[in-house]
Ligand binder design. Structure first.
Ligand code: UT7
Length: 343
């Protein structure tokens, strides 16, 4: 009997309409277009306006993914996000309702910038366990809502968006099947990137929280080194388990945190830079959204073809990291042009 695998059946993404350029940022903090481009690879990013929440982006991306899959039916919704609409309840049910999916199970997975990979593996697990025949997996973050807009160490990097895929039950040897998956974490590094207040440890409504405790802080240099190490290690492991060499990889789609991280991972793996996909220039770091947004952009650019061997890898706060191998499905179109509006 062949094992039941999760197979990619649809993809879509959404970003908010407002573009913030490096020049815009240089007008309100001590930074420059030149510094941001050379240190991160980012030229511009999309930012939500007040009133737009993570679920708005997630619903728009989810709808496009469902359209691109035809009429797959949805047995569950899993959302990777670190910026839920509310501390309680989770954003999953709000998104499922917004997509008219009835009473399907819907929940959030919190792994910050590794959130999409965690959600993807969770969705694949629901399919393997026969708890669902198809799963809508979304990575969505209105990440700028937790970033101090005047902090030059974080504001130039982070951005907003959502990306979604539809998984359906299939067989491991068909194109589109997820192959090997690895997830990992190290909570001893929890303070490398965090928002200190607003949770149960430091309740912002009981005390006068310090302004900096309400926003994301990041020890950028340490995060950079750990990201390169963990993304490279986990990629090597899943490649070996899949039985692929680095020469086999048609496209490496890493979490878009910094172009220098993506190039360092590609170089350490021995994957040519032309096979390392980069779209951070116009997206910025969209946290959990970055990998599915990158995949959708790669489809739009004709960079992914039936049967291609694809390697995904991410690193984020937690710390968390992971890697997944998959083959690209026979037919996977992009549902319309890249989203410029969440509504
Ligand atoms: O999404 C998952 C988690 N996040 C990441 O993976 C991000 C990982 N880290 C990074 O991408 C990089 O560490 C950053 C882009 C955040 C920072 O780049 P860096 O090359 O590590 O710069 P740095 O923090 O070492 O700072 C270098 C210099 C410093 O000045 P001095 O001390 O050399 O005089 C900073 O004060 O650049 C200065 N600097 C800036 N200058 C202009 C820091 N931020 C800025 C800025 N504009 N925005």
């Amino acid at each position: 009997m062949t094992a039941r695998a999760a197979v990619l059946a649809g993809i879509g993404s959404a970003v908010p309409p407002r573009v913030v350029t490096n020049h815009d940022l240089a007008g309100r903090m001590d930074t420059s277009d030149e510094w941001i481009r050379t240190r991160t690879g980012i030229a511009e990013r999309r930012v939500v306006d007040p009133g737009t929440a993570t679920s708005d982006l997630a619903i728009a991306a989810g709808r496009r993914a469902l359209d691109s899959a035809g009429d797959p039916g949805v047995g569950a919704v899993v959302i990777g996000t670190a910026t839920p609409d509310h501390p309680c309840p989770a954003t999953g049910p709000i998104v499922a309702a917004g997509l008219d999916l009835g009473t399907v199970p819907a929940f959030d997975v919190g792994a910050v910038c590794s959130g999409f990979l965690y959600a993807l593996v969770t969705g694949a697990g629901l399919i393997a366990a026969e708890a669902a025949d198809s799963v809508l997996v979304i990575g969505a973050d209105a990440f700028t809502t937790i970033v101090d807009p005047h902090d030059r160490t974080t504001a130039p990097i982070f951005a907003d968006g959502a990306g979604a895929v539809v998984l359906r039950a299939g067989s491991p040897d068909e194109p589109g099947a997820l192959r090997e998956m690895l997830l990992a974490s190290d909570g001893l590094q929890a303070d490398l990137i965090r928002v200190a207040a607003g949770g149960s440890r430091q309740r912002s409504h009981h005390t006068e929280a310090l302004r900096e405790d309400l926003y994301l802080t990041m020890r950028g240099g340490e995060v950079f080194k750990n990201a390169v190490l963990r993304m490279t290690e986990s990629s090597r492991t899943v490649l070996a388990r899949t039985g692929w060499s680095t020469a086999d990889v048609d496209l490496l789609v890493g979490h878009q945190a910094n172009v220098r991280i993506l190039h360092a991972v590609a170089e350490q793996l021995g994957v040519g830079l032309e096979r390392a996909y980069v779209n951070i220039g116009h997206t910025g770091n969209t946290a959990a959204a970055s990998i599915p947004l990158a995949l959708d952009d790669a489809v739009g650019e004709g960079r992914l073809h039936a049967g291609d061997k694809v390697l995904l890898t991410a690193f984020g706060a937690g710390t968390t990291w992971g890697a997944v191998t998959l083959t690209w499905p026979d037919r996977l179109s992009r549902a319309g042009a890249p989203a410029t509006s969440a509504a």
